[in-house]
Design a protein around this ligand. Structure first.
Ligand code: P53
Length: 476
């Protein structure tokens, strides 16, 4: 009988800015994600259309305190261990290590924090999986240099990587260079610290910044291997296969174009060269991405060891300009798929789409994969004891794990592990809300920042524990 691989890495995932809080503690500097408030203007700010570079009067900034994992990490990791996590994906807050981003010497307090955290993981046999930058860019680098549009970012990012790889050698083996690297096209301020001036060619700026991120990622892979040959470096894509809206060839063509917009990044990181379709597109749009021969050598020589991605939903594309009905509530708004149900935030639920996505990525790259985000954002209603009966979340995860199992056992894709998104409730990246919860662990905190911050196990906590204990055999 075929089973999940013996060393399959089950676990959960978070990102620094969405859970740590303690935004000004122990020398931490200000980052882009700190100054993104909840509310109507959030979308304009994360997309770089409205400039907000500091805290402004009259806004609420949820990342300032978040669920204060900075001070609760021992308690939280103990809970992860109780579920049997084999791995915990987290991200480094760049501004804890280099508060402004361009210093030469790192902030020892910041380095210590993650060192303690990684040791805490190892105490329980949990392998840390570290995202080097997850929607995270020091504000100083944005104001002084323009964020990733500036080539100097290569130097600052390399310094960050060297510092991390040297300091955490033996403690961390799995690294992701840039979270959801394709997000730069959809939420450029959140993804890459970009905001735009009036009349600027935004596509030009985004692709130039993307080039810098891609080269930086190759450099990171190079030095990760140099510092410790045990290191495994992955890229990270916001994935979700596009379906054609109908069998009309122009709809298939549209879906192919949309997929390419996303796979473009992974084509470079996994294959090492810019695809022809991208060069042609740039030509057509008058985009001139400045790159050196050395850049191209680095991209070619240092491709990633594995491909990680987030998956929440599949997407739909149409080549018919008349077809317009979009799903809501998602930076990756796509056409509505009439065959699928939606979450409370309008994200469509498609477990088979995960199997499809896994197969497409496997066919395209033949590199080991890692699902590093998947889950259901929902409104949880705790009873008087704080317990949440989140059967809807169990149902979502069960179906997605079953689909992943089919991809491994029936289709033969190579998958290293699976980490659910927001294994403990945290602040939503898209909306900044607290009430959009993904966790196995409920955190008493609301949209306005009120609450005791107490942690409670949800029903899904015990369910996931049993999934891991049975290595994915017992999903009921
Ligand atoms: P939230 C949109 C579409 C796909 C992935 O998102 C996305 C987003 C951003 O909204 O981001 C990833 O919190 C991201 C996480 C984020 C998670 O998906 O908006 O890597 O930081 O929290 C879920 O529900």
């Amino acid at each position: 009988m075929s089973r999940f691989p013996k060393n399959f890495l089950w676990g959960g995932a978070t990102a620094a800015n969405q859970c740590e809080g303690a935004y000004n503690v122990d020398g931490r500097g200000l980052a882009n994600v700190d100054v993104v408030p909840v509310g109507e203007e959030r979308l304009a700010i994360i997309t770089g259309q409205r400039k907000m570079v500091d805290f402004e009067e009259g806004y609420f900034y949820p990342a300032k305190d978040s669920i204060d994992m900075y001070h609760h990490y021992k308690e939280d990791i103990a809970l992860f261990a109780e579920m049997g996590f084999k791995t915990y994906r987290l991200s480094i807050a760049w501004t804890r290590i280099f508060p402004k981003g361009d210093e030469v010497e790192p902030n020892e307090k910041g380095l210590e924090f993650y060192e303690k955290l990684f040791k805490e993981c190892h105490k329980y046999g949990i392998e840390p999986l570290v995202t080097i930058t997850h929607f995270d860019c020091p504000m100083h680098l944005i104001e002084e240099y323009g964020g990733w549009r500036n080539r100097k970012m290569l130097v600052f990012y390399e310094r960050l990587c060297r510092t991390l790889f040297a300091r955490y050698k033996g403690l961390v083996r799995y690294w992701l260079t840039v979270n959801e690297i394709n997000m730069i096209l959809h939420a450029p301020f959140m993804g890459a610290g970009l905001y735009f001036e009036e009349g600027e060619n935004q596509e030009q700026v985004k692709y130039q910044a993307a080039h810098h991120e891609l080269v930086a990622s190759a450099i990171a892979t190079k030095i990760a291997h140099e510092i410790d040959p045990e290191n495994k470096v992955g890229c990270m894509l916001a994935a979700g296969q596009y379906y054609p809206n109908t069998s009309h060839p122009r709809d298939y063509w549209a879906a192919l174009q949309e997929d390419r917009e996303n796979y473009f990044f992974i084509d470079v990181q996994a294959r090492g060269t810019y695809p022809n379709y991208a060069k042609k597109k740039w030509e057509r749009l008058g985009i001139d991405v400045k790159m050196t021969d050395e850049d191209l050598d680095l991209l070619r020589a240092y491709t990633v060891d594995f491909i990680s991605f987030s998956y929440y939903s599949s997407r739909v594309a149409s080549g018919d300009p008349e077809v317009q009905e979009k799903t809501e509530g998602n930076i990756f708004a796509s056409l509505k798929n009439p065959y699928l149900e939606s979450s409370e935030w309008g994200w469509q639920i498609d477990p088979l789409g995960l199997r499809i996505t896994l197969n497409v990525i496997w066919d395209r790259y033949q590199k080991p994969m890692f699902i590093v985000e998947n889950g259901l954002g929902a409104i949880d209603k705790p009873d008087e004891t704080g317990h949440v009966a989140d059967d809807y979340r169990i149902d979502y995860l069960r179906k997605h794990i079953a689909a992943m199992k089919d991809a491994i056992l029936e289709d033969g894709v190579e998958l290293l592990g699976y980490t659910t998104w927001g294994c403990i409730d945290l602040v939503s990246a898209g909306t900044g809300e607290m009430k959009k919860r993904y966790g196995f662990i409920y955190v008493d905190r609301d949209n306005e920042g009120r609450g005791s911050l107490k942690r409670f196990k949800k029903k899904s906590f015990d369910w996931y524990k049993q999934v891991i204990a049975s290595n994915g055999e017992d999903l009921d």
